[in-house]
Design a protein around this ligand. Structure first.
Ligand SMILES: [Zn+2]
Length: 224
């Protein structure tokens, strides 16, 4: 490496230091900080999605604490570099499912992608596909603008995503699709994507999200 290039890299590291994707602390050399490495966030799990005939969703994390804050920065504050960390976590969970499969991200509307500059689920699916050595296909699109799911009550979410996803014309691959999203909550968004793929004759293997909100969203009985 030339001296000028080395100097530029040192300057970049000083101006834009690498940060822990979970807690945002500065980390020399990248990756997780010592604290997050020693105390990893609670693991997610596997669960069945509603109305998908036993399609499962795997999630490496629960949607709470540091993971919740990190995904908020990833999605709303432009921290697209987190895709490699979360994509790696997704890839580890998906390894048993990845044979003869390809990844399909949940799409966002064109308006939202313009505002945000990227589709966070596409970045995650691309990062995971590179690790798993399987294709990532941006197959789905939205047929209309709808409300943001997390702003709606649980009952309205199913109706909000009904018939909102469709398969783009012209692209087909043999194999089974794995649908990828950032957060799974009621599961209706993923279920609607599974339904759109199956309607187009595409077999679906399973779904995956970085974080599962259902484990932190259980309605506890009222205290006596
Ligand atoms: Zn950390």
């Amino acid at each position: 490496m030339s001296a000028a290039r080395e100097w530029m890299q040192a300057l970049a590291a000083l101006l834009f230091p690498e940060r822990c994707p979970l807690c945002d602390e500065i980390v020399v050399g990248g990756g997780l900080c010592v604290r997050c490495e020693a105390d990893p966030p609670p693991a997610g799990g596997v669960r069945f999605l509603p109305e998908t005939e036993c399609c499962v969703c795997v999630a490496p994390y629960r949607y709470e604490g540091r993971v919740r804050e990190s995904l908020h920065r990833f999605k709303f504050r432009g921290r697209r570099e987190y895709a490699s960390f979360f994509g790696h976590a997704l890839a580890e969970e998906l390894r048993p499912y990845a044979g003869n499969a390809f990844l399909v991200p949940v799409p966002v509307s064109r308006r939202r992608e313009r505002e945000r500059g990227y589709n966070q689920s596409l970045l995650l699916a691309r990062a995971a596909s590179r690790e798993l050595h399987i294709p990532c296909l941006d197959l789905l699109c939205k047929t209309r603008e709808n409300e943001t799911q997390h702003e709606l009550g649980r009952a309205a979410r199913e109706q909000n995503v009904r018939n909102v996803y469709a398969v783009k014309p012209g692209k087909r691959l043999p194999g089974r699709a794995i649908v990828v999203d950032d957060i799974v909550s009621t599961g209706h968004t993923l279920a609607a994507c599974v339904s759109a793929l199956r309607k187009a004759g595409i077999e679906v293997c399973c779904c995956a999200a970085v974080a599962d909100n259902s484990l932190s969203n259980v309605e506890l009985p009222a205290k006596p």
